[in-house]
Design a protein around this ligand. Structure first.
Ligand SMILES: *Cc1c(COP(=O)(O)O)cnc(C)c1O
Length: 462
């Protein structure tokens, strides 16, 4: 299995190198050269299997010879052993033909644990075999960073530096990043917004001297291995509702487009998927784009669903790559235009996107109203991100196709917003109940490339 860059000029890599590299050297994102498919009989055979066995069967064709079957099974088992629910990704019903996929039973209470816990185990196995160490640098709007720190804390082969926008993430998110005491984890509070953090990480990756000097590796949602891990729960949930005999649709609270792109990969692998609905908050660049208004950056507005507060959605480049018939040069041209503010999408590419994706935008008031209404109507307390999804699903779903809305975080991760909307204070699960008592360790730092590089060079453990 070979991986190619969306901009067409970076070296072609196998799974292991694509995973350890993250961003391609031409600034693009790695995608599989071709997407393996699963026959309907193989999809049907997933019914009733454990999440781990489903994960093995869905992901196995993508990893080539990076891990033996026994090694890969052990990696998957370790990755999900810390989840608090035996089903890992349970489905609950909200209304006739509308289901909620609970992706928040991992150690940091958000869906990013599905990918990050797996990546942690894959990195550790691959690097210890090579006798190498890497420095992981990532930007987070809240949940990626805590998931990464949780997945890599205490591992021998890795230092982790996480940049987050100072003052713009929830207290639970911050504490999850600043309370681990292991010497190899470093939380950096940047004076800027999430797009600044993401841009500085990109700058570091494009600075080859620094990149090679500290052996930089990326685990942001651009990392192909993260997308791959997320493909699994599209299969497990659809099969439990009758796929492949029956098609299902999904609504995905979206920021960087990694989660919904995993749904597209599941569809391309052969899972019968009706629509993939991209649900955005008031930071609606994706909704505007998918509605035919081009991809033009605006200002990032803080919201009660902060993990979706972004304007430049990094994984959207992968969708554009396919929509532009896998022409790397065309994607490189679009990204150059984006650096100057934005671009319009060609008619052919718009048609290609519309074949798979729909979209909706949810205001802050609508988000709060949906949290309250879902508690009253279905007895479910939603986090604000999941509420954005539920609202778009309710507004757009048809009665014939089952709709699965992804619940991307636990309500206790956003207690202030949830309580303001519903009147109910969501308690932390027992294993995290002392989070507010633990001491914090964080460095506040300027939104400046040279300052960040110097800090990282000076704080690598080995
Ligand atoms: C990261 C995140 C999202 C957005 O997911 P993308 O893959 O970036 O589109 C939505 N909700 C929550 C809670 C998240 O942490």
């Amino acid at each position: 299995m070979k991986y190619i860059s969306t901009r067409g000029t970076a070296p072609v890599l196998g799974f292991e190198d694509a995973m350890l590299t993250g961003l391609a050297r031409d600034g693009g994102l790695y995608v599989p050269e071709r997407i393996p498919t699963m026959a309907p009989g193989d999809i049907a055979a997933l019914a009733g299997l454990s999440y781990e066995e489903t994960a093995f069967r869905v992901m196995r064709p993508f990893i080539g010879d990076t891990f033996s079957d026994a090694e890969f099974r052990a990696i998957i088992d370790r990755a999900y052993s810390g989840f608090a629910h035996a089903a890992r990704a349970p489905l609950v019903q909200l209304a006739p033909n509308h289901f909620l996929l609970e992706l928040f039973h991992g150690p940091t209470l958000a869906f990013k644990d599905f990918a990050m816990q797996l990546i942690g185990q894959m990195f550790e196995t691959a690097l210890s075999r090579r006798g190498e160490r890497v420095t992981i640098v990532g930007a987070t709007s809240g949940d990626t960073g805590s998931a990464a720190i949780e997945a890599f804390r205490g591992l021998d082969a890795v230092d982790v530096f996480i940049l987050y926008p100072h003052g713009r993430i929830s207290e639970v998110q911050r504490r999850q990043m600043t309370t681990p005491s292991e010497a190899n984890v470093h939380a950096l509070a940047v004076d800027g917004d999430f797009d600044d953090c993401q841009a500085r990480v990109k700058d570091m990756f494009n600075d080859f001297e620094f990149r090679d000097g500290v052996r930089l590796a990326g685990v942001n949602s651009i990392n192909w291995a993260r997308v791959l891990a997320q493909v699994v729960y599209y299969f497990s949930s659809a099969v439990s509702l009758g796929a492949p005999a029956r098609a299902v649709s999904f609504t995905v609270p979206t920021g960087n487009f990694g989660d919904v792109f995993a749904g597209y990969i599941a569809k391309r692998m052969g899972l019968p998927v009706g629509r993939l609905m991209v649900a955005t908050n008031q930071n609606d660049i994706l909704h505007r784009c998918l509605s035919g208004h081009g991809y033009h950056k605006g200002e990032t507005l803080p919201s009660i669903s902060p993990s979706m507060d972004i304007q430049v959605s990094s994984n959207f480049e992968r969708a554009l790559f396919d929509a532009y018939d896998r022409e790397g040069a065309a994607v490189a041209q679009l990204m150059a235009e984006l650096a100057r503010g934005g671009f319009d999408v060609s008619q052919g590419a718009m048609q290609a996107l519309a074949e798979h994706y729909g979209s909706g935008r949810v205001s802050e008031d609508e988000t709060r109203a949906t949290i309250a209404a879902t508690l009253t109507g279905a007895g479910e307390l939603l986090c604000p991100h999941s509420a954005v999804g539920v609202r778009v699903a309710e507004d757009t779903r048809d009665s014939a196709t089952p709709m699965i809305t992804l619940a991307t975080a636990h309500p206790a991760k956003f207690p202030a917003a949830v309580e303001a909307a519903s009147g109910v204070h969501p308690p932390l699960p027992p294993h995290m109940s002392d989070l507010y008592d633990r001491s914090e360790r964080v460095t506040r730092i300027a939104n400046d490339l040279e300052t960040l590089k110097a800090h990282i060079r000076g704080h690598i453990v080995h």
